[in-house]
Design a protein around this ligand. Structure first.
Ligand SMILES: [Zn+2]
Length: 472
């Protein structure tokens, strides 16, 4: 690779001898030189006099992972989890997260300053917000959230979860789509696609039929048809409103088939799945610790998701991290008493690398879906999501051959369990560099946290051309 040295020397840190995975470019053997938190040069044998040197010989260097789908503050306070969950993230190679904020009734103006402060003062990673929209007032305030807090993405639940979030109806969804679309072409409407009425009925029937229930039964409470139908509805309403639909956490073959048909018909939208759906299915021995909404499903769905991932029907991969403790997860309460959600930020990258290899998906494809693709969708590319001169110096050094058994206590989050507990995964991060500083090394925090909340601004049309291309 040609040298791209903007300056000689004056670097703070040099990552030497590794193989870089650059989305859209491929694998390149090169050094990375960093100055003032940015990537300053890429090339061979960069002279790094005076700089700290990280020897990455024989290792793989990835862009910092961007997990676009996390929840903070479901179990403990927002402030507390802003620290603990991002600590698990950085050790696991995740350097930026998207956070789905929750306020069921209040205006977000009551909460946004505190949420933002937490991410500026307590977080190990950079972050963006996606407020979850439930009320007419919140819809009316979307333009102000965009203006005052640099927010360009919002989430809508077609099906709620008892005691956690509320469902919205199609009329509210359409109004939400129109309001988001009016912000500009770059604005994104994220949708939890399950048809609420079908879920409510299925959940009730399951409870009557199987008061105890297993992880396999849980799929009956969230049938794949309810996901497929909701994707269909959301696609139609997004078309009516000319909104950029982002389907969060696709979980089923049925949903994927609707996605494929819509893409064949020329629709442009984005689809996400998560590493738990790619790595865990309903036969899992960790049982109710793996309870989630939508559910982890039968292996046939998992196989379909991998096919969708490899072929490009699925564009991004996140976690849906929701920290819980064993106590509130409470498997002894049975299926219906156990709360959905699990901590998976610390296992995101190892699970992607491990199961991706098992399913024969290329490293380039895996990493694109975990870095550049979500960074483009959410308007933070090329600041994030690549390894390029001028980008933020967020890098993960990975040992692709390292094998390790997942132990919750080593993941450094607040939770005392992992749905991947006991699984031997191959491919682990050994160092995470964020904003030019080595923050984590060999599963330990070694640097000062420097996470920031990222303000987003409307993007010019030429930066959105990728979205209209078939291969995006
Ligand atoms: Zn979620």
């Amino acid at each position: 690779m040609a040298k791209e040295v903007g300056q000689s020397g004056g670097f703070d840190l040099a990552v030497r001898g590794g193989t870089l995975v650059i989305p859209g470019v491929g694998q390149v053997k090169a050094d990375v030189a960093i100055a003032r938190g940015k990537i300053a040069a890429l090339g061979d044998d960069l002279s790094a006099a005076g700089a700290e040197v990280y020897d990455a010989a024989g290792k793989t260097v990835l862009p910092g992972i961007f997990d676009p789908h996390t929840h903070i503050g479901n179990e403990r306070s927002y402030d507390s989890e802003a620290e603990t969950e991002t600590r698990a993230a950085i050790v696991g190679g995740v350097t930026t997260i998207g956070i789905f904020l929750r306020s069921l009734d209040d205006s977000y103006f009551k909460h946004l300053p505190a949420f933002r402060r937490a991410m500026d003062e307590r977080s190990y990673v950079d972050s963006i917000f996606h407020p979850q929209i439930f009320t007419e007032q919140q819809i009316a305030e979307i333009p102000s959230y965009a203006e005052q807090f640099g927010i360009r993405s919002f989430k809508f639940y077609m099906s709620g979860m008892p005691g956690i979030v509320k469902s919205i109806t199609d009329d509210v969804l359409l109004e939400g789509f129109r309001t988001v679309a009016a912000l500009g072409q770059d604005a994104v409407a994220c949708v939890h696609c399950e048809t609420g009425a079908l879920i409510d009925q299925a959940r009730k029937h399951l409870k009557e039929r199987k008061p105890e229930g297993t992880l396999v039964d849980w799929e009956d409470a969230h049938p794949a048809d309810a996901e497929a139908l909701a994707v269909q509805t959301a696609l139609y309403l997004a078309k009516v409103a000319s909104a950029h639909l982002y389907v969060v956490h696709l979980s089923s073959r049925h949903g994927l088939e609707v996605v494929r048909a819509a893409r064949r018909a020329g629709a442009h939208f984005t689809v996400e799945t998560t590493t738990p759906y790619l790595g865990i299915n309903s036969s899992d021995e960790n049982r109710l610790l793996a309870k989630m909404v939508p559910p982890v499903r039968l292996p046939e769905h998992q196989t379909a998701l991998w096919e969708g991932f490899a072929e490009g029907s699925i564009n991004t991969v996140g976690t849906d991290n929701t920290s819980r403790s064993r106590k509130t997860k409470n498997p002894q309460c049975g299926l219906h008493g156990s709360k959905p959600g699990f901590p998976v930020l610390g296992t995101h990258l190892p699970a992607l690398l491990h199961y991706g290899r098992l399913h024969g998906v290329s490293l380039e494809r895996l990493i694109d879906c975990a870095t550049r693709s979500p960074a483009r969708v959410y308007g933070i590319y090329p600041q994030k999501g690549t390894i390029a001169v001028g980008s933020d110096a967020d890098l993960v050094v990975v040992d692709l051959e390292m094998e390790k058994v997942v132990r919750a206590e080593e993941l450094l989050g607040m939770s005392d369990f992992s749905p991947f507990e006991g699984k031997r995964l191959r491919g682990w991060p050994i160092a995470t560099i964020k904003g030019g500083t080595i923050i984590a090394r060999n599963d330990k925090i070694v640097g000062q946290r420097n996470g920031r909340y990222l303000l987003r601004r409307p993007q010019p049309a030429q930066d959105l051309e990728w979205f209209r291309r078939a291969d995006a």
